[in-house]
Unconditional design. Structure first.
Length: 448
């Protein structure tokens, strides 16, 4: 009987303690960090064994506007930009959280704990750490950061006349309004970048600077596994070269081109599906290897040009602009700010490829890829197979903003060698087919 009474008393004390801990934590705010440098402001709610950690109420609707209700009905978005939900329990004085993390861009498992005023969590792809704060004040002066981004844009955008467009005026008003309401880094980044799609130019948006990582030596041999490039022998006549990105140096891609030169084959398939671009420097060696004659790759027009001209120069006048190639690549950086424009020229490799070329594309084949695809198509040097490319081809530069934010923006327009504009239009393939069937279709074309 005595043991029973003691057990009941212990149970009552335990329940009372759990209720007290729940009351103390319920409705509290937490400043957390994810992905190394992105700060979030989350509200913790505890009820009946279930918990939620959510960002500002109504944040998703404010960001995506009129598309919100249809997206919610389709289950594509949550009511808040960050939503973590699941079950909770107490292990002595530690709150254990198990659930799912959902944002506008990812879904992950979430396993966390709160002890005293600190939060730690392991996720599928990230780690979250944080601490309790007293209120839900914004984590930074996002209105000031947005104002700086807008000012930098207006001082450096390649064509000042675009700043008089209704699209820019609407964008400016929307971003200014949203930046005064957002509470954390993630919400601010999304609030800014979601509005970008309505602008008449690409290569524009803000990002959060990644934390510095310890540098490691890079092995540039083509036989070493490299996540950027891959060569696969399809058969004795056909080779597949998968170029996943041009965010590389010329010295990284050249060993792979040397490996291609050492092989004997009739057909080269270059896979640029999902390649979002990178630097022209890494693409030039590949173009040089593929062409049989000098290729004029188009013209970059700068703010200096548009400040004094209202029309686009004729293609016959391109050669009057400074030329840049692999040998004069610094012009890409220096020339954008010194000259009216720069004309891209590529010279054939002495040991260039003479066989058939097929290029696979999809709607995420972008930026640096697109002049390559367009030029080889127009010169009938390659057959393009897949779907229309992204239509995101301008010269972009990064500008450092206050705190941890960067602004990526276009500082030069681009026109093809025959006077066409790729940005916001893309490149139509020779053979239109679903991206998932592009390789099979290219092999079929080779078989013909």
């Amino acid at each position: 009987m005595k043991k029973t009474v003691l057990a009941v008393i212990f149970l009552m004390l335990t329940v009372s303690l759990l209720a007290q801990n729940t009351r103390q934590l319920n409705g509290t705010y937490w400043r957390t960090t994810i992905s190394g440098n992105t700060d979030l402001l989350l509200k913790l709610n505890l009820k009946g064994g279930d918990f939620s950690l959510t960002s500002r109420k109504g944040s998703t609707k404010a960001i995506i506007g009129g598309k919100y209700f249809m997206a919610r009905l389709a289950g594509k978005v949550n009511a808040t930009t960050i939503q973590i939900k699941g079950q909770y329990r107490f292990d002595k004085d530690t709150l254990i959280l198990t659930g799912k993390y959902m944002s506008l861009s990812s879904k992950q498992d979430f396993n966390g704990k709160i002890h005293n005023t600190e939060l730690q969590a392991a996720m599928t792809n990230n780690v979250m750490t944080g601490y309790r704060v007293n209120d839900n004040k914004a984590l930074a002066d996002y209105k000031a950061i947005a104002a700086e981004a807008l000012q930098v844009t207006e001082e450096n955008l390649y064509n000042p006349s675009l700043l008089q467009s209704e699209q820019w005026k609407t964008f400016r008003k929307k971003v200014t309004s949203l930046s005064a309401k957002v509470k954390d880094d993630y919400e601010f980044e999304k609030a800014f970048n979601v509005q970008v799609g309505s602008l008449p130019f690409s290569h524009y948006g803000i990002s959060i600077q990644a934390p510095e990582k310890q540098s490691t030596a890079v092995n540039n041999t083509a036989t070493t596994e490299n996540s950027k490039f891959e060569i696969k022998q399809i058969n004795d006549r056909t080779v597949l070269f998968n170029v996943k990105t041009f965010s590389a140096t010329a010295s990284e891609i050249i060993p792979y081109i040397d490996s291609l030169k050492a092989r004997s084959f009739d057909n080269l398939i270059i896979d640029l599906r999902y390649n979002g671009g990178g630097t022209i420097a890494s693409a030039l060696p590949l173009v040089s290897y593929l062409i049989n004659d000098t290729l004029y790759g188009g013209l970059f027009l700068t703010r200096k040009y548009f400040s004094s001209h209202s029309t686009i120069p004729a293609p016959s006048d391109y050669k009057n602009f400074p030329l840049f190639s692999e040998a004069s690549f610094p012009l890409i950086i220096e020339g954008i700010h010194k000259h009216n424009g720069l004309c891209l020229v590529v010279y054939p490799d002495p040991d260039n490829y003479k066989g058939n070329v097929y290029i696979l594309t999809n709607k995420r084949t972008a930026s640096t890829c697109e002049p390559l695809v367009y030029g080889l198509k127009q010169n009938k040097r390659a057959t393009i197979v897949g779907e229309r490319t992204a239509g995101a081809m301008l010269n972009g530069e990064r500008f450092k903003l206050e705190g941890k934010f960067n602004l990526w923006m276009p500082t030069a327009d681009y026109y093809t060698a025959d006077g066409n504009k790729i940005d916001k239009t893309g490149v139509e393939p020779n053979v239109i087919v679903s991206p998932n069937e592009a390789l099979e279709k290219a092999l079929s074309e080779i078989g013909k």
